[in-house]
Design a protein around this ligand. Structure first.
Ligand code: NIG
Ligand code: FE
Length: 388
């Protein structure tokens, strides 16, 4: 079995509290050893054991690969004009999703896959080593099924989001569309998907529709997650907790009871700063959630309408600047928090036993991710110890 030593790491964020005090388990002048794609030893570079090969990282900072637990990378077309109109004063609504639906339906499988591959490369270049991929721009049985099949070729974290908005053909027949999603569409999605998601908000699906769809998904073997409280508070957080959703995403409009319910649950609050940035909306209050003891994740929400970014570093910088997070809290949320939102314990940290997924920064400290906004600081990305 070949072992690889990664050494001369100026600052290593492990997210392993057993290795160093503080939530992100920081080590200085560190090294780690990888065998068969996993971390088998981590500690001070001076104590590192011999290995079959060694890579000198030149004093750089190293972080666990980002875990992007919320992305919509299967689509065609773009909505730059809609963004420009918003920046000129128009407001964002869930309805814009339908223009991407039209473009996605018109695209070939090869076009959809090529766009996904392009975004996957961007994610890797941004230090993302695990990403989730939602359907939701097909909204017919066939278009949702092919979106999920394409996604499953590129990630294991595939989410069926047939309930993104009511499909245009069902404009005045929402309950029929809900029955389709919970019935035939779900059956076609199940072979490729691991998760089921509903956009439960004003202009999309209400709580009882979301409950019906998520419950049907769970009965079919999918695990629930939910878009909650992005545009308004219609009670989606309470549903998330009731159904033990792995994650409630957006969490922009929360009552005190919502915050308490999240704190007492296994549901992660996933915050998506790119969405508020690109829709010029108020940011969620991460500080309030953290003070209450809620587990917080940060993700890109990469989609052509409300958040067309693949940069976790950008999201992290906004979370630090405008959402009340410290750089360490934001790094944890974008790595370990994302892993918790996907109920994964093999990624999001670099303790012994973790998958050797990591990013090497062109910087001496992870703080630079927020301190130097907009600068490409990801020097290289490794998955299972292999340069991606
Ligand atoms: O997470 N909120 C719902 N879905 C996306 C928006 C998708 C779109 O506008 O196309 C989101 O922000
Ligand atoms: Fe989303």
């Amino acid at each position: 079995m070949q072992s690889q030593l990664f050494t001369n790491i100026g600052q290593l964020a492990t997210n392993d509290v057993a290795l160093s005090s503080g939530a992100i388990g920081l080590l200085r002048d560190a090294a780690f050893v990888v065998e068969t794609g996993k971390v088998v030893w981590v500690g001070s570079a001076t104590d590192a054991p011999a290995a079959d090969s060694a890579t000198d990282l030149g004093g750089a900072a190293v972080i666990p690969g980002f875990v992007d637990s919320h992305a919509h990378p299967i689509f065609a077309g773009d909505r730059a004009d809609e963004f420009a109109a918003r920046m000129a004063g128009e407001s964002y609504s869930a309805g814009g999703i339908r223009s991407t639906v039209a473009a996605t339906r018109a695209a070939t499988d090869a076009e959809l896959e090529a766009n996904l591959v392009r975004l996957k490369r961007e994610l890797l270049a941004s230090g993302v080593t695990t990403f989730e991929a939602k359907s939701g721009y097909g909204l017919t049985v066939a278009d949702e099924a092919r979106s999920l099949e394409i996604a499953a070729r590129h990630t294991s974290e595939v989410t069926f989001l047939g309930a993104h908005v009511v499909a245009p053909e069902y404009a005045d027949r929402a309950s029929e569309y809900v029955a389709l999603v919970a019935g035939e569409m779900l059956a076609a999605a199940t072979p490729s998907a691991k998760w089921i998601d509903v956009f439960c908000d004003r202009g999309a699906f209400d709580v009882s529709q979301a409950r019906e769809i998520l419950t049907a998904g769970r009965a079919a073997g999918l695990q629930p997650r939910i878009h909650a409280n992005q545009l308004s508070n219609i009670g989606a957080i309470q549903l998330a907790v009731e159904l033990d959703c792995a994650s409630a995403d957006h969490c922009t409009h929360l009552s005190d009871a919502d915050v308490d319910a999240l704190a007492d649950s296994n549901t992660v609050a996933t915050l998506l700063p790119g969405a508020e940035f690109s829709t010029r909306s108020p940011y969620p209050d991460a500080r309030r959630l953290l003070e209450a003891g809620v587990t917080v994740a940060i993700a890109t929400d990469c989609n052509p309408g409300s958040s067309y970014t693949t940069s976790m570093a950008f999201c992290l910088a906004v979370a630090v600047r405008d959402m009340g997070m410290t750089p360490a809290e934001a790094l944890w949320a974008a790595t370990a928090g994302g892993a918790k939102a996907l109920r994964r314990n093999d990624v999001g940290h670099l303790g012994v036993g973790a998958k050797a997924d990591f990013a090497v920064l062109s910087a001496p400290s992870f703080v630079h991710l927020a301190y130097r906004p907009g600068v490409q600081l990801i020097q290289s990305t490794y998955q299972s110890g292999v340069l991606a």
